[in-house]
Design a protein around this ligand. Structure first.
Ligand code: DGT
Ligand code: CA
Ligand code: CA
Ligand code: ZN
Length: 579
């Protein structure tokens, strides 16, 4: 079993224990183990099978969890889980994803009304029976119904990062067939959408039929949905992501990439344009209508060029003005990963990160960065052992010392300072003033009314020490929507006060998203693309998702703070680097 699957079993059990109101300490031990295992670099299965190794050597894995892991290794499940699944239907786990209920609410609904599925829950709300339960009311019914609608909308979608990982497993696997000319991902993955519905892969080459065969026989295939001479579809892995693979003739590769990259809306406009020019465009090529002669197809560049257009980067292909811009020669020169000179949001073991400052610095140096800001949490996040004023000031001093000796990369002393409910900074301004850079973020009281939330954020922007507004909308993809607030007012005010809006690159957030980025840019705002790394590997893994999101927001390098060199940051007086 893969680590990811083991982690899922453990965290599901923790969820069920929570529904059963079991001991919090034990629940936490399952959760911690799940998160450790999920990101553990070695396969737990391999360690279990090696008589010379012990899983208890892994930090955070005690004897109790070790026994559970042994059992999972032997029979794919464990006693505690079996026992819970006798008590509760597994479908309750899905109910936990509906906002507003929590484990206590789910337990109550199950005890009173035997609510076990989303459909049951919807019915109870519509029949106005939820409000009859203790501490629940009509307002909650409304909220739950709204949340159910949102849940259904996003069900069946997957994070972009998950699509990327899957493509990174399948593409090398298929390449091993040999005899392929091209193999690539198209669809929403190539456009960099924050979530994807399915994965679309294309191959060309003499051995493409063999690749299709190989594809449906991949060991992680959960189900084969269809297979023909030129196309196959599978459900991949436990999560069941659908993957479509299409085999095409070499001369159609560009046209097929164009067609299957989409978006559908972009393609519709493109086909209309072809028609106007007496051409017809499909996945096999661009053809003249009168004599059916092929005018383009082998490369995307040719297809766009024959339509009188500059090649349009996939991230822009959403029919949001990109075709007009291409026609008029005013496509933006989008920011690229190689433009990024540093990372301005990350955590260390000082708070809830997994690596030390030195380890993070070294990993960032290896990525070729010139600088990083270490931005641990502030004291309001007591669970994460957030920094108070004394620790923050001491940290700033420590960083100044470190930079004297030099770690091969410049360290900026930073803080991710909580924005309190009233918009005040969690730490006193004179302490914040000691730091090189302050990211201000909301981590609490996320259920305020729109007006109150807007005031809170405007108030936060007044702090003279805040340079970046962290994950500005608070969304968690497929879990939590952006909180309601007047985004345009906040973005305009941020622009006026020279506060940069974060594009948080962690794949669960991607916050700001592309629509907000475009709105903010039109209001004069500037941005920072940051990883919010909590361990070394996030630094390199997250950043491309942030950059692709920035590109979807039409951003150029000049819109982004961390494309500047340290010298430029210093000279522009954006960051007063303290020495
Ligand atoms: P997804 O999978 O929901 O995240 O989004 P896409 O964009 O990957 O959509 P998908 O997988 O249904 O199709 C891939 C691309 O193929 C799509 O972006 C455009 C093209 N395509 C698929 N079906 C149609 C269609 O009926 N008409 C047109 N014009 N293009 C289509
Ligand atoms: Ca797709
Ligand atoms: Ca598809
Ligand atoms: Zn953070």
């Amino acid at each position: 079993m893969e680590n990811r699957e083991i982690a899922r079993l453990l965290s599901e059990v923790a969820d069920l224990m929570e529904i059963g109101a079991e001991d919090g300490f034990r629940i936490r031990s399952y959760r911690n183990a799940a998160s450790t295992i999920e990101s553990y670099p070695e396969r737990i299965d391999d360690i279990l099978r090696n008589p010379e190794r012990k899983v208890t050597d892994i930090p955070g894995i005690g004897k109790g969890i070790a026994a559970v892991l042994e059992e999972i290794g032997q029979r794919g499940t464990f006693q505690k889980r079996d026992h819970l699944l006798e008590q509760y239907p597994a479908t309750l786990l899905e109910l936990l994803r509906i906002q507003g209920l929590g484990s206590k609410g789910v337990a109550l609904l199950y005890q009173h009304y035997k609510v076990a599925t989303i459909d049951d829950l919807e019915r109870i709300c519509k029949e106005q029976k939820l409000r009859e339960l203790p501490r629940m009311g009509a307002k909650l019914e409304e909220k739950v119904l709204k949340s159910i609608a949102q849940y259904r909308q996003r069900a069946g979608r997957f994070l972009l990062s998950f699509g990327k990982k899957t493509a990174d497993e399948l593409i090398p696997y298929l390449s091993e067939t040999g005899g392929l000319d091209q193999i690539a991902a198209a669809g929403s993955l190539r456009r960099g959408k924050d979530t994807i519905g399915d994965l679309d892969l294309l191959v060309t080459g003499p051995k493409a039929p063999e690749a299709l065969e190989c594809f449906v026989n991949h060991p992680k295939v959960h189900a084969v949905l269809g297979k023909g001479p030129n196309k196959a579809s599978i459900q991949y892995g436990l999560e069941g992501l659908q993957v479509d693979l299409r085999a095409l003739p070499h001369e159609s590769y560009g046209a097929a990439m164009q067609y299957f990259t989409g978006s559908k809306e972009h393609n519709i406009i493109l086909r209309l344009r072809a028609q106007k020019l007496g051409l017809t465009l499909n996945e096999y090529g661009l053809f003249r209508v009168d004599n059916e002669q092929r005018v383009a197809g082998e490369t995307e560049q040719d297809v766009y060029a024959q339509l009188g257009l500059a090649w349009i980067p996939p991230e822009l292909r959403e029919n949001c003005g990109e075709i007009e811009a291409a026609l008029e020669g005013r496509l933006p020169k989008l920011v690229e990963l190689s433009d990024i000179r540093g990372d301005l949001h990350m955590h260390t073991t000082e708070t809830d990160g997994r690596a030390s400052l030195e380890e993070m610095a070294e990993a960032a140096r290896a990525l070729g960065y010139e600088y990083v800001a270490i931005t641990d949490h502030s004291k309001a996040l007591a669970m994460a052992n957030g920094l108070d004023e004394t620790r923050a000031v001491a940290f700033a001093k420590r960083v100044r010392e470190l930079n004297k000796n030099g770690l091969g990369i410049h360290i900026l002393s930073g803080l991710e300072c909580d924005i309190r409910r009233d918009g005040e900074m969690d730490l006193a301004e004179d302490a914040l003033a000691e730091l090189d850079i302050v990211v201000a973020s909301i981590h609490s009281h996320m259920n305020l009314e729109s007006a109150e939330m807007t005031d809170r954020m405007l108030r936060a922007l007044e702090s003279p020490n805040v340079r970046i507004l962290g994950h500005p909308t608070g969304r968690i993809l497929m879990h939590r929507d952006a909180y309601p607030f007047d985004f345009e007012r906040v973005a305009a005010e941020a622009a006026r006060r020279n506060v940069y809006l974060e594009i948080n690159a962690s794949p669960e957030r991607l916050d700001l998203g592309s629509a907000h980025i475009r709105t903010a840019k039109s209001l004069g705002a500037k941005f920072a693309v940051s990883t919010d790394a909590h361990q070394t590997k996030h630094l390199g893994f997250n950043m491309p998702f942030g950059v692709i999101t920035a590109r979807r927001g039409w951003l150029e390098a000049g819109d982004i703070l961390n494309t500047l060199s340290l010298k430029q940051l210093h000279e522009a007086n954006i960051i007063r680097i303290k020495v």
